[in-house]
Design a protein around this ligand. Structure first.
Ligand code: KG4
Length: 335
């Protein structure tokens, strides 16, 4: 079964063709990062407009690269939540138009379910059940993937997402948007151990996380240095900050593995590209004797192929939608 899939929840417009949820026939992405870098963050209205400009040509390119015409496409999958509402609406409206005009089933896909499904593309033999650590610009979740479409949240951030925290920390360190990758590169220049940063625990919810205090601490350190003229060891701060984020994530997900008895952990989302977090997960899973799936960097960030992968399993579960399907800025992954 060949699925034409769309993703437009933030600042990447993406279209892909995926066969049987596992084989990527094409995967094209138009990133808007350079545009939003001018403003130091995503400007939602500009994102929506850029999606409108890009999506038709990307669709043609995706079909061409996959060697498919409309006859070969069996269904259309699209991110319907969560994300910037205007941005999601562009992809959703376009996908609806294609599904209607071509008379194909329309499959709604939750964006974070898509991120987790990137693992099905990277690890063709992977099957649920497993645990997923979904860490992106807007979400930070520990998820029990009981089956392809049966997911349960075990832990979540109570405030900022890990990616949002990386982007804010990067900004005060003078790094360009999106800051996760440049901050990762800067952090590699230091072993850290210079700055003491706060760690948070959520009372009565040992798998939940909080990142806003950490974010504020980095912002205050940077501003204090600026105002007093004291030197700031930017690389050390980047490293200590990254270690602190990893220190929030890794022990909790290992605890979740212990509590559930699951033996496989899959990382997902843009922040799963972070070199320190990847290394820490590798070390922790090796020690615990668990299998770790780390998708290649290309599959960590937003892409259309992951939506096509999850779309296949949503279709098998009967999760299709009518033309009244709406977009949602927020939506639980386990609804
Ligand atoms: O998954 P993604 O592409 O988009 C969302 O669904 O949100 O994640 C984007 C986030 C951004 O916050 C970006 O700074 C972060 O992923 N990111 C990283 C790295 N690469 C991207 N964060 C830390 N280290 C990285 N190497």
């Amino acid at each position: 079964m060949k699925i034409l899939a769309f993703e437009s929840s933030c600042d990447e417009t993406a279209a892909a063709v995926v066969e049987d949820g596992r084989r990527v026939l094409s995967d094209v992405i138009a990133s808007q990062a350079d545009l939003h870098a001018l403003y130091g963050g995503v400007v939602p209205e500009l994102a929506s407009r850029k999606h409108v400009e890009a999506i038709a040509a990307l669709t043609e390119q995706s079909l061409r690269e996959a060697g498919c015409g409309r006859e070969e496409i069996d269904a259309v999958a699209v991110t319907y939540a969560p994300g910037l509402i205007g941005a999601v609406l562009v992809g959703l409206s376009f996908a609806k138009s294609v599904a209607y005009a071509w008379d194909k089933p329309l499959i709604p896909v939750h964006h974070v379910r898509g991120h987790i499904a990137a693992n099905y593309l990277a690890f063709p033999e992977l099957e649920p059940p497993f645990l997923a650590l979904a860490i992106s610009g807007g979400n930070t979740l520990i998820v029990d993937v009981r089956d392809y479409t049966d997911l349960k949240i075990l832990g979540a951030t109570r405030d900022d997402a890990a990616g949002e925290c990386f982007d804010k920390a990067a900004r005060v360190l003078g790094l360009p948007y999106p800051g996760g990758k440049p901050l990762d590169e800067l952090a590699q220049q230091s072993q850290g151990g210079v700055y003491t940063l706060p760690r948070a625990n959520v009372d009565g919810a040992e798998l939940d996380m909080s990142f806003s205090g950490l974010k504020t601490a980095v912002v205050n350190l940077a501003h204090h240095a600026e105002q007093t003229g004291r030197p700031l060891d930017r690389a050390a701060l980047a490293r200590d900050f990254t270690n602190a984020v990893s220190g929030e994530l890794v022990p909790r997900v290992m605890k979740a593995l212990e509590l559930t008895g699951r033996r496989t952990l899959c990382a997902a989302g843009g922040v799963a590209a972070n070199s320190v977090i990847r290394a820490d997960l590798q070390a922790a899973c090796k020690k615990a004797g668990c299998r770790l799936c780390l998708p290649p960097l290309k599959l960590c960030g937003d892409n259309g192929a992951m939506i096509g992968a999850q779309g296949y399993y949503e279709f098998l579960a009967g999760n299709t939608a009518g033309m009244d399907l709406n977009a949602y800025a927020t939506r639980a992954i386990d609804r």
